[in-house]
Design a binder for this molecule. Sequence first.
Ligand code: GLC
Length: 630
Amino acid sequence: MAGKAGSRKKKTAAAKPAAVKEADRIFAERLGRHHDELRWLYMELYGNDAMFAELCEQMKRYYDQRNAKLKKLDREREAAGAWYRKRDMLGMMLYIDNFAGNIRGVQEKLSYLEKCHVNYVHLMPFLDTPKGRSDGGYAVADFRKVRPDLGTMEDLAALAEQCHDRGISLCMDFVMNHTSEDHEWAKRARQGDGEYMSRYFFCADPAIPAEYEKTVPQVFPTTAPGNFTYLPQMGHFVLTTFYPYQWDLNYGNPRVFNEMMYNFLYLANQGMDIIRIDAVPYIWKQMGTNCRNLPQVHTIVRMMRMIGEIVCPGIVLLGEVVMEPDKVAPYFGTVEKPECHMLYNVTTMATTWNTVATRDARLLRKQMDIVCSLPREYTFLNYLRCHDDIGWGLDYGTLSSWGMREIPHKRFLNEYFQGKTEGSVSRGELYNEDPITQDARFCGTTASMCGVESAGFEQNAFMMEQAIRKDLMLHAYMFTQSGIPMLYSGDEVGQVNDYSYKEDPDKAPDSRYIHRGAFPWELADRIEEKGSVQEKIFAGLLRLEKIRAGEAVFGADAQVYTKDYSDDSILWIVRRSGEEELHAVFNFSDEGKTIWMPERAVYTDLVTGVTEEVETVELSGWDFLWMKKH
Ligand code: GLC
């Protein structure tokens, strides 16, 4: 008997089943496509053959572990090309606990997300993180464990499967710049283990931090000043660009790179579709520089892209590059050697709010012209608000040529959005005011910044109408941009600022929690109630989403450009696809305007559905037009 079983076993080992052979062939082919470049870059950075061999071996291991359904999806997506550039792609970012308590709760709410037409869900950080030292989940203690109150890895994989069955993609954060001080590596480093200390940046000599501080700006100048943290028990400083409990990883050490890539592949194998690379510009440090956007960062992202394409090519890398305008697009890499698939359109977002405050669309137009001139393969994620502050990263070169200097202009914007300026209906709070540079950023929800909060407080129906109009116009503008629109959970029902964070000592110092409130299900219940604020916003958005999904001019390959118009508060965008031409006109002012169409012709107003010959159209303050030319 034993002999028989043994001989059968031998047989299977010698002749692999056809499916395994095919899988091996696919892997070998993908590896073959990238091997030389990957090896070249790896050796250039690390010069370590053994570690490169280990990386290749592990890639195969993660590929073998990837389940059949995901592998099938990979092949379909590979064949489809840029699968995520669909015209009906609509994202929403949400906190699992705020939205539905835990992962299983999210599963139960999938039909609500479908009702919102959302087919791409960004689950905000959910990995294990120490309470009270979490930076909203961006201080990860274990990359392979879900925060226990939210569920388990199995729950996550089950959610991903259910989402895939409904055509929904899932996005998660990959916080690769740092770990929590409670991460296993950090704990060992704290015990003085040199192997683990070399995974971070430690130094005993205070001259080193002092030297760094000369050239490295501060991310959290008020809530976490400085870039180093002194650990008295160790007698060492550790590099902490963000909060003191977030220890920066040393990517100069190939062990760090390899292990983090394995974590990335592990998470991809749970069924994640989009991996958001958190704080990516910061991952390489060098004394004497500002430690941002260094060339090695691009090498690492390029390697990560290739590793993804070898093991799990269905995955999309979304880079979080919140930097000044000219530093963002390089993270796409080149068309031949791409890095990130998608980037946040952060400059456009900040410039949009700048336009709301100044009622001057010139800078926004200039910004759009820059974005529109980039290769069409570059996909931006467009958004109005996210979980972070607005950093006012504008094109100050241009603004100063128009007589607006950076610090006074930022002050104006911050005063405006706090509602301190005559005529402003916005509400919100400052973030990380820096007494030295006098810089400050801003926090608040879209609805509060548009005036829904102040109108509600004053019970002023006229103001409310205007606030809703502004809110919908900004969303329509976001849908008109080239790229993928992303809603911030709660925006679809006009969720306003939540001041209760001030009562929680863990959150009180961080005003970003003002726009991270629990999802107001009681408001979501009112979306069917005709005439309610929630119904107007929800139904208004739905109308826009349907139009966008149904019209070819909103396709990813449409040509998008701006058009000159005599009035600075008007932003005019044209989208062209084949024979079709859309004229999208946005009125960034309180006053009604008469809009002169480029020529007297027949247009369909996509919002009202009316088709007629027009030469001029009356446009109310903060309203927009989507006119399709015939
Ligand atoms: C990213 C996140 C932000 C976090 C930081 C540090 O910028 O969006 O919320 O504080 O990274 O991880």
